[in-house]
Design a protein around this ligand. Structure first.
Ligand code: COA
Length: 261
């Protein structure tokens, strides 16, 4: 692969950070970038040593400014549809990652960039970050889950206000709407994401994985179904080594050593 469009680092043990790395184009998601992103996600999904993931954008101006609009030129319908299919599959895989994913957002998170953030579990933003789904300005609509995930996250009226006039919201507003967990200064963004990741490292990876699934899938299920699912998960966790270790460590007044088993 010629360019390193996704930078992978391990800032602390158990945590992987992936950086969208095309700063001259505000990290717009070209096809090669989407493919590199998918490879990284596939690798992380089966790597039990990774307990939390951080996503960020290179250059400080953008998390991701959306799909690479240059690839859309020329009414090439088959290629356009193939890109939409591929990016949707990758976003779905991101959402389904077993490990919690933290989005560290500075600058623009537009179109596919916002859609990626909506597939993450915890968002940390700078106050001046700008999030939006401006596809209407291109005569298009979002295709990576934005119309649905944003609506489920903030409700139909707020989603309409953002999408129907291509309005960008600030990181501060994202915090007010309950999208962002925290707003920090730009120079503190990575540390804030790492602090969230360290928090994830404190709990059992099995519990993290199961709760992530409950939060995501339970929200789309009827309440009685979701509650039954919750009970079933808890019963399963109680029978794991991590469950027994967590209980014993509390009673022994020591730190638990979770093994993910
Ligand atoms: N696709 C392709 N290239 C993009 C891009 C995108 N989504 N977003 C930005 N770029 C490129 C610009 O074309 C420009 O490239 P150039 O220097 O070769 O001309 C470079 O990134 C810098 O962007 P520029 O527009 O000059 O920066 P700005 O600060 O004036 O504006 C934005 C920033 C984000 C407001 C503006 O770039 C924008 O509206 N981008 C498109 C956002 C969008 O519609 N996303 C959804 C796509 S479906």
């Amino acid at each position: 692969m010629s360019e390193n469009l996704i930078l992978r680092e391990a800032p602390i043990p158990g945590v992987v950070s992936l950086t969208f790395n095309r700063p001259d184009k505000l990290n717009a998601l070209s096809t090669p970038m989407v493919r590199q992103f998918e490879s990284e996600i596939d690798a992380i999904a089966t790597d039990a040593s990774v307990r939390a993931v951080i996503l960020q954008g290179a250059g400080g101006k953008a998390f991701v400014a959306g799909a690479d609009i240059a690839e859309y030129r020329g009414n090439r319908t088959a290629a356009f549809n193939a890109y939409q299919f591929e990016s949707r599959r990758v976003f779905d895989k991101l959402e389904a990652l077993p490990q919690p994913v933290i989005a560290a957002i500075a600058g623009y998170a537009l179109g596919g960039g916002f859609e990626i953030a909506l597939c993450c579990d915890i968002l940390v933003c700078t106050a001046s970050a700008q999030l939006g789904l401006p596809e209407g300005l291109l005569g298009l609509s979002p295709g990576g889950g934005g119309t649905q995930r944003l609506t489920r996250a903030v409700g139909k009226y707020m989603a309409s206000d953002i999408m129907l006039a291509a309005r960008r919201i600030s990181g501060e507003r994202a915090f007010q709407l309950g999208l962002a967990a925290e707003v920090v200064a730009e120079q503190e963004l990575l540390e804030a994401a790492l602090t969230r990741a360290r928090g994830v490292l404190k709990i059992s990876p099995l519990a993290a994985r199961e709760m992530k699934r409950l939060i995501r899938q339970g929200a789309d299920a009827a309440l009685p179904t979701a509650l039954a699912f919750e009970q079933e998960v808890l019963a399963r966790l109680y029978g794991t080594q991590d469950g027994q270790e967590g209980i014993a460590a509390f009673l022994d007044k020591r730190k638990p050593e979770f093994k993910g088993e």
